[in-house]
Design a protein around this ligand. Structure first.
Ligand SMILES: C[S@@+](CC[C@H](N)C(=O)[O-])C[C@H]1O[C@@H](n2cnc3c(N)ncnc32)[C@H](O)[C@@H]1O
Length: 296
């Protein structure tokens, strides 16, 4: 995240891990809303990763496991899904959610996406939903996925596109930074929410990581909620990067920041509900040959 630009990548990842450990239960509580928001995009991601019944699927930065469960349902009883994440707290919730859903084919492994520590050529597909942009070295993470995939197997990654296409994320982030006295950052700086969103950028990273047949799709994914305050409540409960910035403020300053965000987010109120525009990029590639990943 932007205010952490001066940290080295290991410090950055430790801060990210700590932030998501704290935001884990909030993100999990909002699973129904997140599921609805990302249903079409998730199905497209599973299509682009070519997930089929009986497949062994690797899920990177799995969070509380919403897309893990979708992958497990598609892979069926004879399939297997390994959910991985840097945050042990959020991954425990993914395991609980799989258990509650009666999905016995889901396993979990706490792992940094840049050092998965998995055997070579063991998976039929890999997915990563809204997680790769947090990696300081996304090519390394893609190489790790490539390493774990059988030749010919596909990976698909979903990230936010550009800031102007995701205005509510920008409003929340910029308001938080302003109250924290931090300058507006380069939106594309590594580890930031939009770091992989420039058209064509993630496609190039797939190629650099050794993937072939790289293709991408850009889709609109508006977040529909009853009101701007409902979106703000989602952010207050689950948006780890923003919570990290605001954690340094006094309660009064934080309250002012939340108030300003809610006023600005009110611009997206419609006659019937609130519609926050979002645009997502999905990139897929095929593991063409075996490459050795760092750390394995
Ligand atoms: C926005 S959440 C998305 C979670 C889930 N994929 C979803 O779409 O609901 C981002 C997730 O990325 C994880 N993450 C961030 N940096 C990571 C890293 N370097 N390695 C693995 N996971 C990471 C966080 O712990 C968090 O669970």
């Amino acid at each position: 995240m932007n205010e952490n630009a001066s940290f080295n990548s290991e410090q950055f990842k430790a801060i990210t891990r700590d932030g998501w450990n704290k935001a884990a239960s909030g993100w999990d509580r909002y699973t129904p809303q997140i599921h609805q928001w990302l249903t079409n995009a998730t199905e497209l991601m599973l299509d682009m990763a070519k997930v089929e019944p009986g497949f062994r699927v690797l899920d990177v930065a799995a969070g509380a496991g919403d897309q893990t469960l979708s992958a497990a349902r598609r892979a069926g009883e004879t399939g297997y899904v390994l959910a991985t994440d840097i945050s042990a707290e959020i991954l425990k919730l993914a395991a609980d959610n799989a258990h509650k859903a009666g999905l016995k084919s889901v396993a979990t492994k706490v792992a940094d996406a840049e050092a998965l520590g998995l055997p070579a050529a063991d998976f039929d597909a890999a997915i990563c939903r809204l997680g790769l942009m947090f990696c300081p070295d996304p090519v390394k993470a893609l190489q790790e996925m490539h390493h774990a995939l059988k030749p010919g197997a596909c990976a698909c990654v979903m990230v936010f596109s550009q800031p102007e296409k995701n205005p509510c994320v920008g409003i929340v982030q910029q308001t938080a930074l302003k109250y924290a006295g931090l300058p507006p950052p380069d939106p594309y700086q590594p580890g930031g929410l939009f770091s992989l969103g420039k058209p064509g950028h993630l496609d190039h990273l797939f190629v650099n990581a050794g993937f072939g047949n790289v293709s991408s799709k850009i889709i609109s994914a508006p977040f529909s909620l009853p009101s701007a305050s409902a979106y703000l409540a989602f952010i207050q409960n689950s948006a780890s990067p923003v919570l990290q910035i605001l954690s340094k403020l006094s309660e009064t300053e934080r309250a002012c920041a939340w108030k300003e965000m809610e006023e600005k987010l009110g611009a997206f109120q419609t006659a019937n509900d609130w519609q926050g525009p979002n645009e997502l990029v999905l990139v897929a590639g095929e593991a063409t040959k075996h490459i050795s990943a760092t750390g394995n």
